[in-house]
Design a protein. Structure first.
Length: 292
């Protein structure tokens, strides 16, 4: 086991089944490395969808800077489910209910509500092809034909593109999302040449003017029980194409999130739960860990 002084506090949490490791790096000069992430993900007890590494506050991030690592060690720009877990961790430890963080994607405001649910302001969606990004110009990103489609089903050949700080391709499908083999074609679609930074691939079925079902193959993480930024992207894409209103319940394999796309400031507000599982400590350089 690594020396005591090298160990950082780690909490195993989940956001709707999305497996999260919150690693508290405040007061330290080192970083959680990609190698540590890979080692942690390789252990069944610490396998995760995202690591939320919380660093010291900065002038423009009064409650801390968050680095987000995928299970393959790559960096992510956004993780709504993970942000809710960070808020739950901090609100229990220190008591506040309102937080302002920052990630590589920008400012991130979140609040713990009276009913225990956590609301995260995911910012404004981005629709321009350069900023999503896509590999080439697209006059309208609501309906894009997938060049060189890998699947014969017409529903899997056209998508809506949205960035929620990270790139999303949303395929609206006419039947149950579980009836498609997303686990089979998701890895190929994630790395399609149209997505120079890869993309989160989601299947969305509209179930009412105020609800949809969603299944996501997450960039750098794989098939997931829940992806908060994908829920936001799908809700925005559904409203933008007239399939739903701007306030919807998104039903994921592990539960539901409420997503509201505000008209007044264009921001997307995601509300849902977070759950604590257990605590431990970890060497952020190597990924060697111990459970309390």
């Amino acid at each position: 086991m690594a020396k005591e002084k090298l160990l950082a506090r780690m909490e195993r949490m989940n956001g709707l089944g999305n497996k999260i490791l919150v690693i508290d790096m405040r007061g330290r000069k080192d970083k959680v490395t990609p190698e540590a992430a890979k080692r942690l993900n390789g252990d069944p007890e610490t396998a995760f969808d995202q690591i939320m590494a919380l660093y010291d506050p900065k002038k423009n991030a009064p409650d801390g800077w968050i680095d987000i690592l995928n299970s393959d060690g790559s960096m992510a720009q956004a993780c709504g489910n993970g942000t809710r877990c960070v808020v739950d961790y901090l609100s229990k430890k220190n008591g506040p209910t309102s937080f302002d963080f920052r990630t590589v994607a920008g400012a991130l405001h979140a609040e713990k509500l009276d009913d225990g649910l956590i609301s995260v302001d995911m910012g404004s969606p981005e629709f321009s092809w350069e900023k999503i990004p896509l590999a080439g110009p697209a006059a309208e990103t609501t309906h894009i034909g997938l060049s060189e489609p890998y699947e014969a089903d017409p529903a899997l050949q056209r998508f809506s593109a949205v960035s929620m700080g990270n790139p999303h391709a949303v395929f609206f499908v006419p039947r149950d999302v579980d009836s498609y083999g997303l686990e089979d074609f998701g890895p190929r679609y994630e790395r399609h040449p149209m997505f120079p930074e890869r993309a989160n691939i989601s299947l969305a079925q509209i179930t009412s003017p105020s609800s949809l079902s969603l299944k996501t193959f997450e960039r750098g993480a794989g098939l997931t029980l829940a992806c908060g930024s994908a829920a936001c992207a799908a809700a925005v894409a559904a409203a933008r194409t007239g399939r739903t209103g701007r306030s919807v319940d998104v039903y994921l394999p592990a539960g539901s999130l409420h997503i509201k796309w505000r008209k007044k400031n264009d921001h997307v507000i995601m509300t849902g739960p977070a759950e604590y599982e257990w605590s431990g400590r970890v060497d952020p350089e190597t990924g060697v860990w111990e459970r309390k």
